[in-house]
Design a protein around this ligand. Structure first.
Ligand code: SAM
Ligand code: SF4
Length: 359
């Protein structure tokens, strides 16, 4: 039976073998383990739906942003994140929208960073479009951020403006340079799009590796209404990988973040290249992550609606035990996997945009 949001009925988990087993509920710091035996150790939290770019695959030009009151306050975000840290989530990725456009973002990051000092968080990291990195890179490094992901789909100024609908390539490149200078390890994330940036992928990879950055290619995902032709733009990364193989020697490597990326080493550049292939390959069996939207909805699977409304609970002054019950019930009902499918790209699998859910 599919569970709905805010479903706090007692949950009985299934072991990987399908045996019923009670899930732990109560004031504990027991790890979050779902009914398929996967341990949830990674939380992605979107701290705003707002953004200073308008990437065509992500949001429309005339995006309607949420009323400010809908978005979790720093206190609310901090309370929920602290709870997850208590339950053994040791990796936190801050995302958005564009996380760095949130006012006083570094005050929030500092709150999160105290969990590093306390030994609960192993990693605090960020996904950003890079436009504000020049301003914040040094401070991020200072509070203990070690690595960040920066999204960059092209090095061509005209194409950048076409994709992001803003002429901001130079400032993004300056931001990436500032991050490297501050000692942050940078990974470049690139959405691979047929007929848009596919011809440039080899030079983009060579540039990233030349700068000492890892790179990950991402397939377009059917999230929210966008104004692009997702079917026409969709580039299967299996195909892209084969084309790169004709040019370079790609050696599979074991490197894994427990997530959807599969990595190779490009022997000629010496750099690492990841492929995120939600459509051409399912990667759910090793999924260790959940997402919290900026409105406090916990989603336990990127492409599905299962989860819990933690904002409602927090705003109703739920005590920690009630919050814990909600979180454990949602994790217990984490779906086996998503059902994205390349043949259904035209129809969003989820009405949520990536900027709302947090990519
Ligand atoms: N604004 C930040 C950025 O662009 O890095 C963080 C949020 S953004 C939603 C996170 C990632 O999601 C970006 O790498 C972006 O390219 C990717 N993304 C957005 N919409 C997508 C879609 N429909 N399919 C695949 N990737 C998408
Ligand atoms: Fe903004 Fe990131 Fe979406 Fe681009 S992908 S519009 S930078 S949130």
């Amino acid at each position: 039976m599919r569970r709905t949001l805010i479903d706090a009925r007692p949950v009985r988990g299934l072991s990987p073998g399908g045996m019923a087993a009670p899930l732990r509920v109560g004031g504990s710091d027991a790890p979050l383990i779902d009914s398929f035996g996967r341990r949830v150790s990674y939380l992605r939290v979107s701290i705003t739906d707002r953004c200073d770019l308008r990437c065509t695959y992500c949001m429309p030009e005339r995006m309607t942003f949420l009323p400010k009151d809908d978005v979790l306050s720093f206190e609310e975000l901090d309370r929920i994140v602290s709870l997850f840290a208590q339950f053994g989530v040791d990796k936190l990725r801050v995302t958005g929208g564009e996380p760095l456009v949130r006012r006083d973002v570094m005050a929030l990051m500092r709150r999160f960073a105290r969990h590093i000092e306390a030994g609960a968080l192993r990693e605090l990291t960020l996904t950003t479009n890079g436009t504000l990195l020049e301003r914040y890179a040094a401070e991020l490094a200072d509070i203990g951020v070690k690595r960040i992901n920066v999204s960059l789909d092209t090095l061509d100024r005209g194409l950048f403006e076409k994709i992001a609908r803003r002429d901001r390539l130079e400032v993004v490149l300056a931001g990436i340079a500032a991050a490297a200078k501050a000692g942050l390890k940078v990974k470049i994330n690139t959405v691979a799009m047929k007929g848009v940036n596919d011809a440039e992928l080899p030079s983009l990879i060579a540039w990233a590796h030349g700068q000492g950055h890892d790179m990950t290619l991402i397939e377009t995902m059917p999230m929210g209404e966008a104004e692009t032709d997702r079917v026409g733009d969709y580039l299967s990364l299996s195909q892209a990988r084969e084309e790169l193989r004709n040019r370079w020697t790609l050696t599979d490597i074991a490197h894994s973040t427990g997530g959807p990326a599969r990595y190779v080493r490009v022997e000629e550049t010496g750099g690492r290249l990841g492929f995120i292939t939600p459509l051409s390959h399912n990667f759910c069996e090793s999924c260790n992550r959940v997402r919290l939207t900026c409105t406090g909805r916990l989603y336990t699977c990127l492409g599905r609606e299962d989860g819990a409304d933690l904002r409602a609970a927090v705003r109703e002054h739920a005590d920690d035990e009630r919050l814990e019950t909600l979180v454990r019930a949602a994790i217990g009902a984490k779906p086996r996997g998503h059902d994205f499918d390349a043949s259904r790209l035209a129809i969003p699998a989820s009405p949520r945009t990536m900027s709302h859910t947090g990519g």
